[in-house]
Design a protein around this ligand. Structure first.
Ligand code: PAF
Length: 283
């Protein structure tokens, strides 16, 4: 496995692989890897001939009061996980190599970026779409792998790829969960033992939504209320949103009938840690 900080050298190595007729898979990450990321690299390994993982804590997707400076940086362990999962190349750029000091260009998905996460984290998705575009330019993948945990992110990246005619297939991979259902996340390591126990209630709320939808026991707006009530009953969780939305537009689901698909989405602060999770629903 080759580790390469230079965008130009990464591009050249991938061009070379492409010239040899290899199918390129890319797994963009911010490091602090966990089994969720490993599953993405393994999926890329199974479906592609040349797998590039990228590790870059992207400053432009963090708000001024967010955790950019304390975001976990665990490069040695990350590289070991990438190696074990079968990556061929890991791209580890410096900020100065990714952003010119006088950079002026951003990529914005105008509507989808403003709701839910976008409403609570203004500018976040501009940072994501801009850096992912740059990573796609550098790595020119045939396929790119993202986790369903960041449901809105994968939807926005799909929109961007369509709108900008980027020749990449976006693959969304299932959420990997701890044994009590907590979605794996690099931010889980911030949780105290008490907060960690409370955090498991997020999956309980999503499962409640799934049951209510499956058995047609409640309409989407009521399901959203029931999820919120479940989370607030912990007494400590600060719910930012709990909603049942259309999985394509993220608009709150209003009309539904048997066979309607939806997605239950939650963002909540547990202590000082902000967690997100979601579950696809079938009415
Ligand atoms: O999901 C992430 O880790 C990041 O948002 C991504 C896609 C690597 C862009 O920095």
């Amino acid at each position: 496995m080759h580790v390469e900080p230079s965008p130009l050298k990464t591009h050249a190595a991938i061009r070379d692989a492409r010239r040899r007729g290899l199918r390129i898979g890319c797994v963009p990450t911010m490091g602090a890897l966990h089994p969720g990321h490993v599953s993405l690299v393994q999926r890329a390994r199974a479906e592609c001939d040349f797998v590039v993982a990228t590790i870059f804590v992207n400053p432009t997707q963090f708000g001024p009061n967010e955790d950019f400076s304390k975001y976990p940086r665990t490069l040695e362990a990350d590289l070991e996980m990438c190696r074990a999962a079968g990556a061929d190349l890991v791209f580890t750029p410096q900020i100065s190599e990714m952003y010119a000091a006088d950079a002026e260009t951003i990529v914005r998905v105008t509507k989808l970026s403003t709701v839910l996460e976008g409403a609570h984290r203004p500018g976040h998705f501009d940072g994501v779409t801009t850096v992912v575009t740059k990573l796609f330019q550098i790595t020119e993948p045939d396929l790119a792998y993202f986790g369903q945990k960041d449901f809105q992110q994968q939807l926005i990246i799909r929109r961007m790829v369509l709108d900008l005619n980027i020749p990449v297939t976006v693959v969304t991979c299932p959420i990997i969960r701890e044994s009590d259902g907590l979605a794996m996340s690099s931010r889980n390591r911030y949780l105290s033992a008490a907060d960690r126990a409370v955090a498991a209630e997020i999956f309980q709320a999503l499962q409640l939504a799934e049951q209510l939808a499956r058995e047609s026991l409640a309409a989407p707006a009521e399901i959203a209320e029931r999820m919120r009530a479940h989370l607030e009953a912990t007494g400590t969780m600060q719910v930012q949103y709990a909603t049942v939305a259309d999985p394509q537009t993220l608009a709150p689901l209003e009309t539904w009938q048997r066979g309607t698909s939806g997605v239950a989405l939650i963002a909540a602060k547990v202590g000082t840690t902000r967690l997100i999770d979601n579950l696809l629903l079938e009415f």
